[in-house]
Ligand binder design. Structure first.
Ligand code: SF4
Ligand code: ZN
Ligand code: ZN
Length: 306
């Protein structure tokens, strides 16, 4: 097999694109494919202030690096979730990345402001990833608005999007199915959100990092162990092995053909949280009710070692 563009030895073969590329041409393909995705879905322009939510993992750091190389005004935001050594190493990776490039990085610490994820789980009895999801949504939106960014971008890749689509389809979760677009507009107190890596596989973002020398955190969050999303990814990978291109088709054809059928009906009308003023389907938003429960817990004198 040879690089399609120069005939040199390829570093990757992407069966879903029927494309083998050498190191140099994979790098330029990655940037072009990213720019095409941004433009096709009208995610943002070179004039927009972009806040990249970075976790320290391969996807978000690859995204931040590529956006900077393409000349976008992309700053980073890291939310320290207080998940032991995992958060410590992730924070170090993000700080190192930003320091090496002289890029602007905003950091907030959940442990300092409310309590890390393990403490919140202990005090609320809620499932870790559900608490974490609520907290991240709140901070991404709030920080982007406070700092006047036009859009928040996350490193969700094709494998993430296809597996979450499968999960939501299996339970016919119409609320989430109606919002599975790679870009969600600014509305009702929410800033615009976009997923520019939605057409890249995990393998492609990992290779990009490797070739660019990006030192990302390989270990997964300890709470992700046994997650259903990982099981769905495995199933989709098995299907992909038998018929290459299925994963990409499954996701993109959903976005192109099915999502438009939802129309306006799928849009949730939200009020404002009476405590913080952020958009919320109930009187008090999830973040403020978490905060209330943590404070009440302390008020009842039930001390914790967390
Ligand atoms: Fe948060 Fe769950 Fe992801 Fe860990 S695995 S970072 S707890 S959403
Ligand atoms: Zn080549
Ligand atoms: Zn609130």
């Amino acid at each position: 097999m040879k690089c399609r563009l120069c005939g040199k030895k390829p570093v990757i073969y992407m069966p879903h694109h029927r494309l083998a590329l050498c190191r140099e041409h994979f790098d330029s393909w990655f940037l072009k494919h990213l720019e095409r995705t941004v433009k096709e879905f009208r995610m943002f322009s070179k004039d927009d202030g972009i806040l990249v939510a970075v976790s320290g993992g391969k996807d978000s750091l690859a995204l931040w690096d590529a956006l900077l190389r393409l000349g976008y005004r992309a700053d980073g935001f890291y939310l320290d979730l207080g998940i032991g050594d995992y958060s410590k190493r992730s924070r170090e990776a993000v700080e190192r990345f930003a320091g090496e490039r002289g890029a602007k990085l905003i950091i907030r610490s959940l442990s300092e402001e409310l309590g890390g994820i393990p403490l919140l789980v202990e005090r609320t009895g809620r499932e870790s990833c559900s608490v974490c999801g609520s907290v991240k949504r709140y901070f991404f939106n709030k920080v982007a608005k406070d700092h006047r960014y036009a859009v928040v971008v996350t490193g969700h890749n094709l494998d993430d999007e296809a597996s979450s689509l499968l999960g939501n389809l299996l339970s016919w979760n119409l609320k989430y199915l109606g919002r599975k677009h790679p870009v969600l507009p600014q509305e009702g107190g929410f800033v615009r959100k976009a997923k520019p890596l939605c057409r890249f596989t995990e393998k492609e973002t990992a290779l990009y990092c490797l070739l660019r020398g990006i030192d990302y955190v390989e270990e997964e969050c300890p709470f992700s162990e046994g997650a259903t999303s990982i099981f769905y990814k495995e199933i989709l990978n098995r299907i992909e092995e038998r018929s290459p291109g299925t994963k990409m088709r499954f996701y993109l054809e959903y976005v192109r053909k099915v999502l438009p059928l939802f129309g306006q009906d799928s849009k949730e009308s939200l009020g404002r949280c009476r405590v913080c003023g952020e958009p919320s389907p109930s009187e008090v938003c999830t973040f403020c009710s978490l905060r209330e429960r943590v404070l009440n817990f302390i008020g009842t004198g039930r001390s914790s070692t967390g």
